[in-house]
Design a protein around this ligand. Structure first.
Ligand SMILES: *Cc1c(COP(=O)(O)O)cnc(C)c1O
Length: 396
């Protein structure tokens, strides 16, 4: 198996050489006076990617899951109600975490393939006349099903219900790849991580918190120490960290922000749309179905694809790995065996995407799927030829 092959899992993503070099850094003293010059501009520049001016950026040495834990423990107390919809493995895991923290979790179950139901949120908030619901939790991009939800619609539903709950968004697999507008959508905490749109090693949770979320900190009674926003913000204000910072990831984030700014955020988003459209045209040419129920829900960072009845998606991705040395995403939870996923986020080019489509096509042909070898690749080639842009050249 060659490590030159890209991965087609929806995170961690392929790491551009430029970022690998940036993270290959010798130890520096994080208590030296010059560390402040490194850290503070990074926290400031990260705001652009979240679409916030009012928010505060808070990082932790952790994967994205720790970011969830930080969000709830810093703002909520045992017994507080939270409203959340379950429509995939990541929204499910967030629900599980809230339950284990002793929150009163009001779950709206949706089909896997649907998005967050703004109308049902509005109904639930309208009937919460006592204001028990303290936060609404939404997974922006459900990585298990390839579904992107409309966060603006959730905000409008909350406003229509005239409800004061905070809005927490998991944007781990969307931030830096698809548009995210923290301020415009009235998001109170947005949670991401280093290993997806930022294209870095795993190991840093990256959050943005609104003034309203920060105002809830002192009254929040859920226990936290390592993840206490107040310790982190207090240390950050002096250009430091309350404990040893993940220095190499911080260097990597500096370089990642520079890469994203050089390409231009809008160009990054457009590139993801274009590549995703290429993948989707291949899926259509294979005659297969996406898990996402309608085009308005299609994710530009990951496609979850049903295999035909009678086939096993796990066998398919294991075969692609064993025979061709290329990884694709497995079906998670309810999708286990029924669907596989193609991750198309981070630093990808047309050429990389075509190689992934060609590989999974070979694996499908080997396993006697009812597809025509080359059909998906040809459809994507046509799409890429017609939509070729200069943003890729800039990105390289
Ligand atoms: C990757 C991901 C996470 C976080 O996972 P970690 O493995 O803890 O970094 C959370 N939510 C979504 C939607 C994700 O895609």
């Amino acid at each position: 198996m060659s490590t030159q092959n890209p991965v087609f899992i929806p995170g961690p993503t392929n790491i551009p050489d430029r970022l690998r070099y940036a993270m290959n850094a010798q130890t520096r003293d994080h208590r030296a006076p010059d560390f402040v010059e490194t850290l503070l501009p990074i926290l400031e520049d990260t705001k652009d990617v979240f679409g916030t001016k009012d928010g505060t950026i808070i990082t932790f040495p952790s994967s994205g899951t720790g970011g969830w834990e930080a969000a709830i423990t810093n703002t909520l107390s045992p017994g507080d109600a939270v409203l959340v919809a379950r429509y995939g493995m990541f929204s499910h895991r967030w629900i599980d975490m809230c339950e284990r923290h002793g929150l009163d979790v009001r779950v709206i179950d949706c089909s896997w393939g649907a998005g967050a139901p703004a109308d049902k949120f509005e109904e639930a908030l309208k009937s919460d006349s006592l204001g028990s619901i303290k936060a609404v939790l939404v997974t922006h991009n459900e990585t298990a099903t390839g579904v992107r939800s409309d966060i603006g619609a959730i905000r409008r539903a909350m406003d229509a219900a005239d409800h004061d709950a905070m809005l927490f968004i998991d944007c781990v697999s969307s931030l830096g790849s698809m548009p995210f507008e923290m301020d415009a959508w009235g998001v109170d905490i947005a949670i991401s991580g280093s290993q997806k749109g930022f294209m870095l090693y795993t190991g840093m949770a990256i959050l943005a918190a609104s003034p309203k979320a920060l105002a809830a900190m002192d009254a929040a009674e859920l226990p936290r120490t390592f993840f206490d926003f107040r310790d982190m913000m207090g240390a950050n204000a002096k250009g430091g960290y309350p404990y040893t910072p993940p220095l190499q990831l911080i260097y990597g984030l500096r370089e990642s922000l520079d890469m994203i700014a050089e390409e231009g955020l809008q160009n990054v988003y457009d590139r993801h749309t274009r590549l995703a459209d290429g993948v989707r045209s291949a899926v259509a040419a294979w005659g297969l179905e996406l898990v996402a129920e309608s085009p308005d829900l299609y994710s530009d960072t990951v496609s979850a694809i049903y295999v035909p009845v009678g086939f096993d998606a796990n066998e398919l991705i294991n075969h692609a790995f064993d025979s061709y040395g290329v990884s694709f995403g497995a079906g998670l939870g309810q999708m286990d065996g029924k669907a596989f996923r193609i991750g198309h986020l981070g630093m990808l080019t047309d050429v990389m995407v075509l190689s992934g489509l060609a590989t999974i096509e070979m694996a499908m042909a080997d396993l006697d799927y009812p597809i025509t070898l080359g059909a998906g690749v040809a459809a994507a080639q046509e799409h890429f030829r017609k939509s070729s842009t200069t943003s890729l050249a800039k990105a390289a």
